[in-house]
Design a protein around this ligand. Structure first.
Ligand code: AMP
Length: 443
């Protein structure tokens, strides 16, 4: 559509029939947004994105038109002594308020209070929230895409709880709290697992008796799907190519980390499994292990298998490998620089594992066009990227060491003419959830 046509269309939205509504709000200085309704169809929405953990709730209010984050924040220590909400309007300072939050419903109430607060708020009333998008960790085999949440859908999500006992119940509590406070606002669930539901059987089955898959759905699911989807689409855009022609390997390297093989726009393999413990060495998670290690250590240490799994989740990864230096790559880099041998080994072991997975996924797709780094480490940590770079040069990646020093921005690391393009693309899972929410609500 040409610019003038767009303008005249906008004018028509503004001046349309009786059901057309125009609203301006400017809760926080510098934030102005216009909302237009016509024939009951929202053309611009404010979407509240909620990511609920067992004792935390992260939120962002995103305007669908500008894709601007109007405000964001975090409720921490919900149900625990010392709970607090940290709220930040766009362009403003973070404001921390220590307030008792015995449950998630109270946390959601506080989020609404902050968003509508005359000083730090960005909207004037709850009515200006048009939809809520919820991050849900596990959708099992039941959800291959996002869904509008209603009683029936929530009952099915509940059936997936045993696959993610630490995460899904918390997600559901957050959804129910929002429904209690905003009963008329449409809600959408976006699953971490959904993008990987395109994996073929040969990629998702474990070499176990088939009956465990049939009876209990023990299989590989994969996580970080919203990020892998977002980043691979953006890579295609930046390359100016149709994603349906591309083989892309996405390395989501944050505190949790996973690699995925995205062939022609679909996930065909990914490194996380039944749970987010499989695959790469992460901040505190071990990644791939010989399963016999679990009972071996349990016997040696006189602890239960559950306790060993807890150690694999919380005390392993680069934290464990470095002998407890840190799970944070900045600290590890500093320690390695200062001559800490274990920290150096942790970084080398980490990079080697990522490099091996990239090699495996080149084989899985019989080729690769682009390799993308994203999330905290992938976007910011030149040292980790250089370490991984040692194992992918044979592909013709031609990584420029100067470009590799850049951080936190979209950048192509490969020299022009490289056979395989290596890129950094910051992920934005909240924006991806907001886009999905708008797409479904409009439908
Ligand atoms: P995430 O889970 O995506 O927030 O990523 C967290 C990881 O990213 C931590 O290990 C951080 O050390 C790493 N990270 C974040 N910012 C930087 C930075 N500026 N330089 C190096 N590493 C960083």
């Amino acid at each position: 559509m040409c610019a003038s046509a767009a303008v005249s269309l906008r004018r028509r939205w503004f001046t349309g029939g009786a059901r057309t509504k125009r609203r301006l709000f400017s809760g926080h200085p510098g934030i102005r947004s216009i909302k237009i309704k016509s024939k009951g169809v929202e053309v611009e929405m404010n979407v509240l994105v909620i990511n609920c953990g067992s004792s935390s709730l992260k939120y962002q209010l995103i305007n669908s038109d500008s894709e601007e984050v109007l405000a964001k924040g975090l409720c921490e220590r919900i149900g625990i002594d010392g709970s607090a909400i940290v709220h930040q309007p766009a362009g403003g300072e973070k404001v921390k308020s220590e307030i008792d939050m015995p449950n998630h419903t109270k946390a959601v109430q506080l989020v609404i209070e902050k968003l509508t607060d005359p000083q730090v708020g960005v909207i004037t009333s709850l009515e200006e929230i048009d939809a809520v998008g919820h991050r849900i960790v596990h959708g099992g085999e039941r959800f291959a895409g996002s869904v509008v949440l209603d009683d029936e859908v929530l009952a099915v999500i509940e059936q997936c709880n045993d696959l993610a006992p630490l995460h899904n119940p918390a997600n559901l509590i957050g959804i129910n709290s929002c429904r209690e406070i905003m009963p008329d606002v449409p809600m959408v669930g976006v699953f971490d697992t959904a993008f990987h539901q395109t994996m073929p059987k040969k990629a998702y089955l474990y070499g176990l008796p088939l009956s465990y898959y049939e009876k209990y759905k023990v299989r590989r699911y994969g996580f970080h799907g919203t990020s892998h989807d977002f980043v691979s689409k953006r890579a295609a855009e930046l390359l100016g190519r149709d994603i349906k022609d591309l083989k892309i390997i996405v390395c989501h390297l944050g505190n949790g980390a996973s690699v995925s093989a995205v062939q022609y726009g679909e996930s065909v393999d990914t490194s996380m499994g039944l749970t987010p413990l499989e695959g790469l060495i992460m901040g505190t998670r071990s990644g791939d292990l010989d399963p016999a290690i679990v009972t071996f250590i349990a016997q040696k240490e006189g602890i239960s298998a559950e306790e060993v799994i807890n150690i694999c989740n919380k005390k392993s990864g680069v934290l464990g490998l470095s002998g407890g230096v840190s799970s944070d790559f900045r600290d590890l880099g500093d320690a390695a620089q200062a001559g800490n041998e274990a920290a150096r080994t942790a970084l080398e072991t980490y990079g080697y594992r990522v490099g091996k997975y990239i090699g495996a996924y080149v084989a899985a797709m019989n080729g690769v066009d682009a390799i993308v780094f994203t999330a905290g480490v992938g976007e910011n940590n030149a040292q980790a990227r250089a370490e991984i770079g040692k194992y992918i040069g044979y592909l013709g990646t031609n990584i420029d060491p100067e470009k590799n020093k850049l951080r936190g921005e979209e950048v192509i690391l490969s020299d022009e003419g490289a056979k395989v393009t290596v890129m950094v693309i910051p992920t934005n899972e909240e924006l991806a959830i907001a886009r999905e929410t708008v797409r479904l609500v409009k439908q």
